[in-house]
Design a protein around this ligand. Structure first.
Ligand code: NAP
Length: 408
């Protein structure tokens, strides 16, 4: 059985990993230009295929039948070759978004929902929201009647769904709206899944508003597609287990903590165990600038070092699946805390102050300086981390404890 995905740029697709978990079949990536789509579908040398940007509409004229929901949305993301050789198109994103909504804390019926963006995914989202009885649905489009200049008219929205690509890798850190204005907001859904927490979701986290990213939607649409491919039914619990597995594989493990607490040594050990790349933001700053950090601080001052560190943190932390050791003071800037948390499980390595390395560390070079730093930073480390681990007698034991705590 041969299935796959057609689209223009597919190198970053997660679909092969998802389908590997869903069934024992070949799943290929078929990158093609628009003029090749018709020929590919006419040849029918596949048992089924998913369809992604920008061909979800393009494929429709070449299909023999499409489902009522795909007709309503006007887009097809799954094609099945039936026993008689005819092609049937469906839209499993509809199921995917319905599933994503079901994970939220509040039913949408009667609620005011705003949908950011008016592209393909927006149409799917609107249809699901309508079918679930949303009280009102307002689409915010840069060129529409409701746009980003009169957003204040909708600050009373209960539910916000982002279907724009704003904040998606590699343009991490951008948000389409300032969430704090939406004082009645009960849940934010962002269809983006890379990074795991977009700038919009980081705002939700800071404001204590429940939020869900697009990974569960992606996995749920894949599961529904696999059911259509194989003419079978699969348990919905698969969605959660695959989402969890993928999410853990994508997340960075970021180590934070005082200078000299062993982040680099422990980080290397964790990277080795997980067979992941290891990055050290301090080393990156030194390599980027061809100078040692004490030299940068003594010559240009701490602010200059922090600027260079911020660049390194932003570049490294937006990647996926790494083990990252950060400089002790990286968590001092809000920009860095956001960059660190956007795609990571953050581990605070807490080490007894008397055991901290101080040599060659100008900001913590005496016991008094060290104590002051520790007292100031401790609550910030604790606020920024997902897991706090106290150092063990050996770095190996600390690394093992961290892996156990984070479930990897
Ligand atoms: P699309 O057809 O290109 O639509 C995106 C819409 O976002 C545009 O129509 C535009 O609406 C708005 N937009 C684009 N650039 C913007 C900018 N710089 N600032 C503000 N608004 C902007 O793409 P799509 O297929 O709908 O996908 C949209 C997003 O959803 C992508 O990030 C995609 O990865 C994600 N997605 C996720 C899943 C999943 O399973 N999790 C499924 C489908 C899509 P206006 O011109 O009206 O402002």
């Amino acid at each position: 059985m041969m299935f796959g995905l057609i689209g223009r740029k597919l190198s970053h697709s997660f679909s092969p990993q998802i389908h590997k978990e869903l069934g024992d079949y070949t799943y290929k990536l078929w990158e093609m230009e628009e003029e090749d789509v018709a020929g590919f579908l006419k040849k029918r040398e596949f048992d089924g295929t998913n369809v992604t940007i920008p061909y979800k509409k393009t494929v429709i004229p070449y299909l023999d039948e499409i489902s009522p929901i795909a007709q309503r949305i006007g887009a097809v993301n799954t094609i099945v070759k039936r026993a008689d050789g005819t092609l049937y198109g469906d839209n499993t994103d509809y199921f995917g978004f319905s599933h994503m909504l079901s994970l939220g804390p509040c039913p949408v019926d009667g609620k005011k929902c705003i949908v950011l963006g008016s592209g393909g995914a927006s149409l799917t989202v609107i249809n699901v929201l309508k079918d679930l009885g949303a009280g009102s649905i307002v689409v915010i489009s840069r060129t529409g009647e409701n746009n980003y200049t009169n957003l204040h008219l909708h600050y009373d929205a209960d539910i916000i769904v982002n279907t724009t690509p704003v904040g998606m890798y590699p343009n991490c850190g951008e948000s389409p709206i300032e969430l704090s204005n939406f004082t009645r907001c009960k849940c934010v859904y962002d269809l983006i899944y890379n990074p795991a927490k977009t700038a919009l979701l980081l705002q939700a986290e800071a404001l204590g508003i429940p939020y869900i990213n697009g990974l569960s939607m992606l996995v749920a649409q894949g599961k529904r597609a696999a059911e259509l491919f194989l003419s079978t039914q699969m348990d919905d619990s698969l969605i959660e287990s695959i989402t969890k597995k993928l999410s853990l594989a994508m997340l960075n493990v970021v180590l934070i903590g005082m200078p000299g607490c062993g982040k680099s040594t422990v980080g290397r050990l964790i990277a080795e165990k997980l067979d992941r790349r290891f990055e050290d933001t301090d080393v990156t700053v030194e390599l980027n600038n061809n100078r040692r950090i004490p030299d940068i601080i003594n010559t240009f001052g701490e602010d200059c070092f922090r600027d260079l560190e911020q660049e390194a943190v932003a570049d490294i932390c937006k990647q996926s699946g790494l083990v990252i050791a950060t400089g002790g003071g990286a968590i001092l800037r809000q920009e860095n805390r956001n960059a660190i948390r956007q795609n990571a499980v953050v581990v605070f390595i807490n080490r007894d102050m008397s055991a901290l390395e101080t040599q060659g560390r100008p900001l913590s070079s005496s016991p008094e300086k060290l104590k002051k730093l520790y007292d100031y930073r401790l609550p910030i480390y604790r606020q920024c981390c997902d897991v706090e681990v106290t150092t063990q007698p050996t770095p190996q034991q600390t690394a093992e404890l961290i892996l156990k705590e984070i479930g990897l």
